[in-house]
Design a protein around this ligand. Structure first.
Ligand SMILES: [Zn+2]
Length: 164
C-alpha cells in the first residue's frame, strides 16, 4: 500500500469562476492562479503523485509554461491518475479538508463528491469531503485544501475490489 498527501492554496480574485473539485460554484469571486485555480483538484493531484513518488504538480505543469495558463485542472488530475495506474496502483480511499471562509461548502459536498468520483473512477463512499472556516489563521482571502489518499497494488487493472 502507499499513502499520499497533498496541500494547496489559492487567493480569491474577482472576475474568475470559482472551481472546487471540478465543480463551478456560484460565487462572486474565484481562485486566482495560472490554471483555473481549482485548489481541491490540485491537492488531490499532488497527493496521487506523491503516493507514487512522481514529480509534483508544479514540476510537471510549471506555472511559467504558457500552456497551463487558464488550464482546466482536470488535465493535471488525469496525468496523476495515469501515473498511479502505470505504477500498478489503484485508489482505496481519499480524504480531504477544505479551509475557506466563504462560500459554505456543505450544500455543494454532494456535487463535488460526485464529480471527483466520476473523474477518478472510484465510488463516492470512499471520498471524504470536509470543510472548515479558518479560525485564527488570517486566511480569509484564500482557499486551502489538504488531501490524503491511500493506494493499493492493483491485482487486475480494472478491478477495485479491496483485498483488505
Ligand atoms: Zn494550485
Amino acid at each position: 500500500m502507499r499513502m499520499g498527501y497533498g496541500w494547496d492554496s489559492h487567493e480569491f480574485k474577482r472576475g474568475v469562476p470559482l472551481k472546487i473539485g471540478g465543480v463551478t460554484l456560484d460565487y462572486p469571486k474565484g481562485l486566482g492562479g495560472h490554471s483555473d485555480g481549482d485548489v481541491l483538484l490540485h491537492a488531490i493531484t499532488d497527493a496521487l503523485l506523491g503516493a507514487v513518488a512522481a514529480p509534483d504538480i508544479g514540476s510537471l505543469f510549471p506555472p511559467t509554461d504558457p500552456r497551463w495558463k487558464g488550464a482546466n485542472s482536470i488535465v493535471f488530475l488525469e496525468e496523476a491518475l495515469k501515473r498511479v495506474n502505470e505504477a500498478g496502483y489503484q485508489i482505496v480511499n481519499l480524504d480531504s479538508t477544505l479551509i475557506l471562509s466563504e462560500p459554505k461548502i456543505g450544500p455543494h459536498t454532494t456535487a463535488i463528491r460526485a464529480r471527483i468520483s466520476e473523474l477518478l473512477g472510484i465510488p463516492g463512499d470512499v471520498i471524504g469531503i470536509k470543510a472548515k472556516t479558518p479560525e485564527g489563521i488570517c486566511t480569509d482571502h484564500a482557499a486551502i485544501a489538504h488531501v490524503t489518499v491511500l493506494l493499493e497494488k492493483s491485482a487486475k487493472r480494472k478491478s477495485r475490489k479491496s483485498s483488505m
